[in-house]
Each structure stands twice: as structure tokens, then as C-alpha cells.
Design a protein around this ligand. Sequence first.
Ligand code: ZN
Length: 195
Amino acid sequence: MKPWDGLYSEQDLGALLGAVAFAAVKHQDQRRKGHRRLPYINHPVRVAEILWSVGGVRDMTTLVAALLHDTLEDTETTPAEIELHFGSEVLAVVQEVTDDKSLPKAVRKQHQVERAAYASPRAKIIKLADKIRNVSDLVNEPPADWPKPRIVAYVDWSELVVAGLRGVNPRLEAMYDDVVRAAHIVLAASNVCHR
Ligand code: ZN
């Protein structure tokens, strides 16, 4: 897709709506971890929306990849499907933000910390928006089976990842900082989730 010149083509808007529909179908049987078990699709839609409204992102490849960012990792979606419907450029970004699930979780988490700084700018801002949403959801909608130390550990880990993502989008970085600041206050004050 060409860089944004102030106008979107029919093809761009078709890809955007196609990505919403594709992700909705792929995530249709999944729920977020929070205690309300909200539909999973809320998450990638909100990640893409943050990129648009807070990050000022107008690059269609980034927005489409944001909508698809968890399909490879968390659904049966294949790289070939994404390439077929959205092209190799979108696929490359989605692959960049996908963890290798054949690795143990601790290794995957360490890889995210170590590799964040080397990600492409598109992947960096999607990861940043993803962490914003995940931290916000974990604090405001804690999963029933997550004791508070696990939430604290997630927030701490996300800060290590985000350290490597900085320098690409100051507005998203500021939003992340606000979300983490609020998270620390809520977590320090709350005695829910103690196990
Ligand atoms: Zn995500």
C-alpha cells in the first residue's frame, strides 16, 4: 500500500474493513481474560483505534496489521491467509508482532524485551498500543484467576519491553506512561486479587 497522501482509496478502506471482518471471524470464539470475559475482538479494534486517534497513525499497512496483530499468535490463521487477503507487507508486520508459541512462555517474554528495540517502526507502535490496552485491561478488569503479584509482574515486564519501543511515537509513549502510572496507583491501593 502506498504512503498516505491525505486520501484513502477504495482499496485501502476495503482492506481496513476486511481486516475488521477477518479478525472478528478468527477471534469469534475467544474472550478476553478479564472477569467480564469480553469478546476478544474488542482488543485488536481498540489497539487499531488508539493508533489512529492517539498516535495519529495514518499508514494503512500499520492499521490493518494492528487489527490482525493477534490472529497468527492466538488463532488458527496461517501466514498464507494473511498474505492472500492483505499482502506480504501486512503479513511481515503481523509476523513481527507474533511470538513463537513453540517456545516456553518465559523465553518468549524475554525475547520481547531483547528484540523490541530492533523491531520496525510499524511493529513498535503496534506493540506499544498493545501494551497500553493490556495493562489497562489487566488493572481495570483483572482476570479472576490472576493474583495481584502476577498483574504487577506483567506491568513491570511491559515496562521493560516498552523501553525498547520508545522513540517512534511520543504520543503513544506518553499514553503508555499515563496508563502505567495509573496502574501503579490502583495496584498499590487495591487489596483485591490478593492471594
Ligand atoms: Zn494484542
